[in-house]
Write a protein that binds this ligand. Structure first.
Ligand SMILES: [Fe+2]
Length: 242
């Protein structure tokens, strides 16, 4: 049985539009564990004017959840990251630690506004790479300008971007067109990570187990091992400047 790593989720309580409180965090964690997730990178939102949680609060909540996991008796390793909405000061914010990288390494999970055009997205990737970061584009299937021109994905990868898609999109919960887009990306080896992007235990719950079974049927065991374990472990084992 593969030890699934979930590298994109909103489980820390009361810091964004994810888990509202520790009770919800507890339910999500139990669901993740029951589905075979054994390692999680928490990725609370950072978005100017919407979610600007102080990193001290994030760290406090991280330890609160760590304590909860111990009390629940779950064998889950956890790490802290961020889903950073791209903004002008992002480079500065990452440098000062105001925005967190993934698991203290040099990967950065980034998202854009759905109205952002391709030139803007490419510009952010270019800047991040130049600053020495490894940008992971969160749920790339959500950006209309890229979905309409899928050949741009390869261009972004060549620039130095990594690609993440959501488990729900892969299994078809966000529609058939999105499912097809994700499948095409997987078949052409243009997906590096799949995360749950879970926000709660009801409307946006984790579907990692279903997704792993689906991907295994379509792409095989070796691919599953790479996407759900080996690649996310590279995020965790990578330290700044290595
Ligand atoms: Fe997210």
């Amino acid at each position: 049985m593969i030890e699934i790593v979930d590298m994109h989720c909103h489980i820390l309580p009361g810091v964004d539009d994810g888990a509202a409180n520790l009770t919800v965090s507890k339910r999500i964690l139990q669901m993740e564990y029951d589905q075979g997730v054994r390692r999680i990178i928490f990725t609370p939102h950072y978005r100017e004017r919407y979610f600007e949680t102080d990193r001290k609060v994030l760290i406090e909540q991280y330890y609160q959840v760590k304590n909860l996991i111990r009390k629940m008796g779950l064998r889950i390793h956890i790490h802290l990251g961020c889903e950073c909405h791209c903004h002008e000061q992002m480079g500065e914010h990452l440098k000062t630690g105001f925005c967190l990288t993934m698991a203290k390494g040099d990967y950065v999970l980034i998202e854009f506004s759905s109205s952002d055009n391709y030139a803007k997205i490419r510009g952010y990737i270019y800047d991040m790479v130049n600053l020495g970061y490894k940008p992971i584009i969160a749920h790339i299937e959500r950006y209309p300008c890229i979905v309409e021109n899928p050949e741009q994905v390869n261009e972004l990868i060549e620039l130095g971007a990594y690609i993440q898609v959501n488990a729900d999109s892969v299994i078809g919960l966000d529609g058939r067109a999105v499912k097809r887009f994700c499948q095409e990306l997987m078949k052409t080896d243009q997906v590096h990570f799949i995360g749950s992007d879970t926000h709660n235990d009801t409307t946006r719950k984790t579907n990692m187990k279903k997704c792993v079974s689906y991907v295994e049927r379509k792409m095989g065991k070796k691919y599953v091992q790479k996407i759900f374990f080996e690649n996310p472990m590279k995020i965790i084992n990578r330290k700044k400047g290595e």
